[in-house]
Design a protein around this ligand. Structure first.
Ligand SMILES: [Zn+2]
Length: 395
């Protein structure tokens, strides 16, 4: 259908952007930060992370200005919502199918645009049309999508995979840097809040997004992963030189006995609060996360000890798998019992991960050979002492 010599109707395209920016003034600076790049190979409209918007002349001809204005808002939403940055955090298995990621991202954007009365083209992704709830994030839509689904390619700023039409680099005058992108997200979020205070005509999805940008909650999964990886690296660095057996290099250095480097896989203990106040679902999620990170850093099997700590009977019980952890109910918690039991063994763990609701006393003295990471699930009020790495996990 595309005629190779077709000229891009810039007037129409920019009139559509003007219309989008006039109707949604809180998105105007983001819209005007996009640089138009005419492309023969882009099927419709697509963006890259440098805020370059690749446009097909045929697509511009085909759409009325009102629909084109809605597409402008759709494209800039991929950038404001940092879809490519978030896509890079997906597990590799989910990230691989970038078409599917793109559909999930379009679902996150379009329910808001449609509820805002915007006339998106007929072949748009619409969560309600797919029988899915509205108001979710793309990470939540991803597992809910039908098995085989394909839609528009909104470009590398969406799913994060380089496209054939992407211009190289990002140092030319028309491109926006990552620092500038962050500033644009913040100023747009502030403008959205202001607009909502004024006439109250901002869609809920944009308001929730603005709240997330202006008051970010620390992603506990990333924090927990970081803490465990750091502790594992520290444990691996606590290197033990041993002269038990000669190193292979000794053959070349006759008469010199070299120490053999021994880097044992560290032992880890997971101490789980089983008191009645624990949120069972949040605990299961946290345990699954801990298990996943430990496997990812190569600590598994008999190197991991799990203890369920029930203060009511003052017993820390060793269980063979995390699946055996059963919430015991009952009152009070004392995670010191669990931590003591975890380290009171001949070969104590390099680090202990404590999962608790936080309503517990903590050891005041720093442990000598063992690090402690506390995952506080829900709303514990007493902060652990500063020597314990603390991560708050919302329930
Ligand atoms: Zn899209």
């Amino acid at each position: 259908m595309t005629e190779p010599d077709r000229k891009l109707d810039r007037t129409k395209l920019l009139a559509a952007r003007f219309r989008a920016a006039t109707d949604r003034p809180y998105l105007a600076s983001a819209l005007y930060s996009l640089t138009v790049v005419e492309s023969q190979s882009v099927p419709t409209m697509a963006v890259d992370k440098h805020w370059r918007c690749y446009v097909s002349a045929e697509f511009v001809d085909r759409l009325p200005v009102a629909q084109l204005a809605a597409v402008w808002l759709h494209e800039v939403a991929h950038l404001l919502r940092d879809h490519h940055g978030r896509a890079s955090l997906l597990p590799p298995g989910q990230r691989r199918d970038h078409h599917r990621v793109n559909v999930a991202q379009d679902a996150e954007i379009n329910d808001d645009l449609l509820s805002d009365g915007l006339p998106l083209p007929a072949d748009r992704v619409d969560p309600a049309g797919l029988g899915l709830p509205t108001g979710l994030l793309f990470e939540q839509y991803l597992p809910l999508l039908p098995a085989h689904i394909h839609s528009h390619d909104c470009g590398s700023a969406a799913h994060g995979v380089a496209r054939p039409w992407d211009l190289p680099g990002g140092n030319d005058g028309g491109s926006v840097s990552e620092v500038e992108s962050q500033a644009l997200r913040r100023s747009t979020a502030a403008a959205i809040r202001q607009a909502a205070r004024g006439r109250g005509s901002v869609p809920d999805g944009w308001l929730r997004w603005a709240d997330g940008v202006l008051e970010p909650v620390v992603d506990w999964r990333r924090a927990l992963t970081g803490a465990i990886r750091e502790a594992a690296a520290w444990a691996a660095g606590a290197v033990d030189y041993t002269y038990q057996r000669p190193s292979r290099r000794s053959a070349a250095l006759r008469g010199v006995v070299l120490p053999r480097l021994r880097q044992p896989v560290p032992r880890v203990a997971v101490v789980v609060d089983t008191s009645g106040s624990m949120d069972e679902d949040a605990l299961a999620t946290a345990l699954a996360e801990v298990g996943g990170v430990l496997r990812a850093v190569g600590i598994g099997g008999n190197r991991v000890t799990v203890l369920s700590c029930d203060a009511a009977v003052h017993i820390a019980r060793r269980v063979s798998t995390v699946g055996e952890v059963v919430l015991a109910g009952g009152g009070g918690t004392d995670m010191r019992i669990g931590i003591d039991a975890a380290v009171a063994v001949p070969d104590p763990p390099a680090f202990v991960i404590v999962l608790t609701d936080g309503f517990t006393p903590w050891p005041q003295e720093q442990l000598v050979r063992t690090r402690v990471i506390a995952g506080i699930i829900g709303g514990g009020t007493d902060e652990p002492p500063a020597w314990i790495t603390t991560i708050h996990i919302p329930s």
